[in-house]
Design a protein around this ligand. Structure first.
Ligand code: SF4
Length: 338
């Protein structure tokens, strides 16, 4: 474990990119809280998994930080008794489904996902009735009930490979329309019907905003998440999942500046891994910084409480879990897109 001073330095690494109200008031106090959390995690035989969009201080407290696919793989293989998921509800559900013998905790029950909420079991059943001979591919950003009604899941890290791997030609892709359109362009040999959901954090971004940022940083490399709209993806040099963005930066050793079209939490990992590069949020506005309010509902205090009080335990209906596990396991057999 790093000493408190080193942790305090790292917690503040992305401060200039963080909206003011999210900044850690006292990095040394944050480092002390992280030390208590680590000690509690050891005593409870708990593993702390954090998504790349979490607050920098929460990322520093975690054992593993990654994208949805990486976190699902970690959740499935962990030998720890308790999984504390620093992410959003569907991620904790997936951990529970993949490793049903474990206690899975989500430190804040309000941490949902607007994209996952854009599809319900009822709405998926309506679409399945309209397209009965289609294989249903569902993004991992969905509830357990929706996964249970799907043939296979995918993440943004392996969506293209998942669709390509399917024997059938007709695909119903749910729920993210931007990701679905991007996949459809990569796999033209399939007939892909796309559900009409979106992530508001990514969908709000427009090419005019990114153009404005580019004008201030000529020569910068634009990296974008495929949940962004088509106009953003058309101007991106690299399109990839959050963890894939690390590799994308490594592919441009000559570039000093990167414009990042995804939720700002990722900038913390990018700055840690590439301290000599500059990372600029693509939104071009003063305060929103491509901000997902759900991902920022977990803080150090909530994380500590979760471990102390064993809250909030995530459970899944057994039959939904069985069917959703089948869709998730099929997904995990498919490698990352690159
Ligand atoms: S960034 Fe979008 S897809 Fe991810 S948790 Fe937030 S609302 Fe959901």
């Amino acid at each position: 474990m790093k000493n408190a001073e080193a942790v305090a330095d790292v917690v503040t690494i992305a401060e200039e990119s963080i909206p003011a109200h999210w900044r850690v008031a006292d990095p040394r106090e944050a480092a002390r809280t992280i030390a208590r959390i680590r000690s509690l995690a050891r005593s409870r035989n708990a593993v702390l998994l954090a998504h790349n969009y979490q607050l920098p201080a929460v990322q520093e407290a975690a054992d593993f930080v990654g994208d949805s696919l990486g976190l699902a793989l970690e959740a499935r293989k962990t030998g720890a008794e308790v999984i504390v998921f620093c992410g959003v509800h569907f991620m904790a559900e997936s951990a529970r489904i993949l490793n049903p013998g474990k206690t899975v905790l989500l430190p804040n029950l309000s941490a949902g996902c607007a994209l996952a909420d854009s599809i319900t079991p009822e709405s998926l059943l309506q679409w399945k009735e309209r397209f009965p001979d289609h294989t249903v591919v569902t993004y991992i950003n969905s509830s357990a009930e929706v996964k249970a009604l799907s043939d296979i899941c995918c993440t943004s890290a392996n969506a293209v490979s998942v669709v390509r791997s399917l024997p059938g030609k007709k695909i119903l892709f749910t729920p993210d329309r931007n990701l679905g359109r991007w996949v459809a362009r990569q796999v033209p040999e399939k007939e892909i019907v796309i559900y009409d959901g979106a992530c508001p954090t990514h969908d709000v971004l427009r090419d005019a905003s990114v153009d404005k940022v580019k004008a201030g940083h000529p020569g910068a490399v634009v990296i974008a998440h495929p949940e962004c709209r088509e106009d953003i993806l058309a101007m991106a040099d690299e399109i990839c999942s959050t963890s894939g963005m690390m590799d994308a930066v490594a592919r441009h050793p000559e570039a000093r500046t990167f414009i990042v079209a995804t939720e700002w939490g990722l900038l913390h990992q990018l700055k840690k891994r590439f301290p000599d590069r500059e990372f600029i949020p693509a939104d071009g506005c003063i305060g929103c910084r491509l901000h997902c309010p759900y991902m920022k509902m977990i803080d150090l205090e909530g994380l500590e409480r979760s471990l102390r009080e064993n809250v909030f335990e995530i459970t899944v209906d057994e039959e939904d879990a069985r069917l959703a596990r089948r869709a998730l396991e099929r997904m995990m057999a498919v490698p990352r897109d690159r």
